[in-house]
Design a protein around this ligand. Sequence first.
Ligand SMILES: C[S@@+](CC[C@H](N)C(=O)[O-])C[C@H]1O[C@@H](n2cnc3c(N)ncnc32)[C@H](O)[C@@H]1O
Length: 264
Amino acid sequence: MSSDPATRVAVAFDPAHPELAAHAAAIAADLGLPLCLDGTAGFDLCLVLTPQRLELRQAGPDAPGPVFADFVGGAAAHRRRYGGGRGQHLARAVGLRHGASPSVLDATAGLGRDAFVLADLGCRVTLVERSPVIAMLLRDALVRAVAAPEVSETAARMQLMLGDALALVGGLPEAQRPEVIYLDPMFPERSKSAEVKKEMRVFQRLVGADEDAPALLAAALAKARKRVVVKRPRLAPPLDGPKPSGSVQGKSTRFDIYAPHSGC
Ligand SMILES: C[S@@+](CC[C@H](N)C(=O)[O-])C[C@H]1O[C@@H](n2cnc3c(N)ncnc32)[C@H](O)[C@@H]1O
């Protein structure tokens, strides 16, 4: 992980809603970040609690819009309806083709979009995220999803863990080995879509490049029961390590598939 160590992050809340102050203070205390009551000048990124959600805002004149996780509306709702179900590339790569719903450990959870797609298709998904700030965005989205009847069942199949997946995967006992381990490490300039660009700019500041991804692949190969899947930009080389045994290719993305060292 090579985030900018000088990135200053604070917590704030919508000043029109003073009733959010206690919740914002709890988030700030949980993360060990300052709570701003009188403006966020001097900070690069700010986690802002609004009546709708928790969102991450970047400071500065050309700052992109807020970044947040959401499993109920927007792109998540659209993908639920029109994403292609078990035929979509991600689902095929993970092995959902013939009615199977493997257990999945998403070792690079991010904003949880891929994990949500898999959970929506019936998989039990453990999401691991090492950035406490991003994990807090995820937790906020999961709490909202659990309360929304249209996705509450899906949210119940998602379990969030804060921590470094490298240590967590390495320490998995036999009984908890997942069938599939999924990796989507940060990669520069992975998409030209405005939405992803905005998110990437914020993520680059917060978490930097995932330079330890090859080590995570090696750990995953030792623990997955059925396969390891790595998401890459379509034209990027595979992660350093063994050659993938296959891949599923989309328009801008490729999913490399690896057979684990010891299946069962
Ligand atoms: C490109 S994003 C993943 C996006 C995600 N697939 C989605 O659908 O929203 C990569 C994320 O993985 C996290 N990450 C990278 N390596 C990790 C590790 N070893 N343990 C836990 N999280 C990790 C980063 O902090 C970052 O949030």
